[in-house]
Ligand binder design. Sequence first.
Ligand SMILES: Cc1cc2nc3c(=O)[nH]c(=O)nc-3n(C[C@H](O)[C@H](O)[C@H](O)COP(=O)(O)OP(=O)(O)OC[C@H]3O[C@@H](n4cnc5c(N)ncnc54)[C@H](O)[C@@H]3O)c2cc1C
Length: 399
Amino acid sequence: MTLECDVCIVGAGPAGLSLAAWLSAQGIETICIERNDSLALDLRASTFHPSTLDMLDELGVVESMKREGVVVPNYQIRDRQGLEILADFQFELISDRTKHPYRLQFEQHKLTPLLAAYLENLPNNRLLFSTSYTLHEAKSTGVVTTAEGPDGPVIISSKFLVGADGVGSAVRTNAEIEYEGFTYPERFFSMSTPFRFEENLSDLSYVTYIADPREWCLMLRTPELWRLMFPVPPDEDEKQTLSDEATQGRLQGFYRLGEDYEVRHRTLYRVQQRVAETYRRGRVILVGDAAHANNPLGGMGLNSGVHDAYNLKNKLLAVLEGSADETLLDTYSNQRRMVSIEHVNKQSAENKKRLEASSPEARKAYREELENITSDIEKTRAHLLRTSLIESLDQASRI
Ligand SMILES: Cc1cc2nc3c(=O)[nH]c(=O)nc-3n(C[C@H](O)[C@H](O)[C@H](O)COP(=O)(O)OP(=O)(O)OC[C@H]3O[C@@H](n4cnc5c(N)ncnc54)[C@H](O)[C@@H]3O)c2cc1C
């Protein structure tokens, strides 16, 4: 099969599909190829920041997301000892900078079908499942992409190729772009339960980070479940971690119940902290996890991937329409790399460091830092603008 389009996108995750939706809505011919036979259903990211909701609102999907999700007006940082609240940040304070002053708890696997449904109504997009990218040949005027489809090879000629194919991006590898950074030695164990912690822990925010020198915890409420995430030491056996006994042990250790927790999902995964050396090589461009990866403390992985797509669509549009030359795409790369390095990776790494701080001095310093921020309204506002990624957008726009 031989096909042609303006932009070929590899990967139907949140970054690839949001880019396809934004470009197709502007009349750009796009083809999005996905190696799996359907959209991913596993439980991954579940937090949407105000800035991301502002962007997705342009696609008209936010009302549906709100109907099915949980609007969270504040987030908390607590200490594991006694679950004392160390800080409570109210998004209302930044309502002059966003139409959505809250975090929306809504699973990633519910966003992608909304985007796919949006695309179905547009004539200039094709979403091809069971079609796996294998290689591309980039020329100065376009890119020829080869994929393996359900009925044999698929050759796609496009003006641009976008790798939205996740952390293990083959597009990035074939474009010979380094993915610089490291993998954390510990793994992250995410589990979910219908137990209603909010009925047992007073004033609990649906987004809560819990500091502890031995075992920090991230608590996120989704519409039906609570998701809890804990670090797992590098030498702990994977089978043992995932066993019922160890899962109950972690949950009971966190909050003791008189009975077993009902556990609906459990995922143990490795987390990387990486940024590609460039997000553009000629007519090949990277977005989302293909371009950067970070730990989930701060909920910035999926969000910054959608921000990449939003930034790129305006620039690709201008280049395709002829109102800007291709160097504008270097601006995309420079802006979004800066955000990954100076905001997303920095904040997520710092969040982890603070939550796991073990020395009494570091723990005291963290408490004092939080007191200092929350005792001053301007500092609290600045903190919210930073953690909601609004500051990163402001800074990128100045490049
Ligand atoms: C287990 C897990 C838990 C997570 N939890 C959190 C969390 O709690 N909070 C958070 O912020 N982030 C979390 N993340 C990260 C978050 O899910 C990612 O940041 C987000 O999915 C990135 O979106 P993306 O579109 O860039 O890539 P992906 O969602 O990875 O999508 C890439 C797509 O490309 C497809 N693909 C790959 N190779 C090819 C190929 N050769 N040809 C065609 N298609 C291809 C894949 O099948 C996939 O559908 C988690 C990730 C994992 C793995």
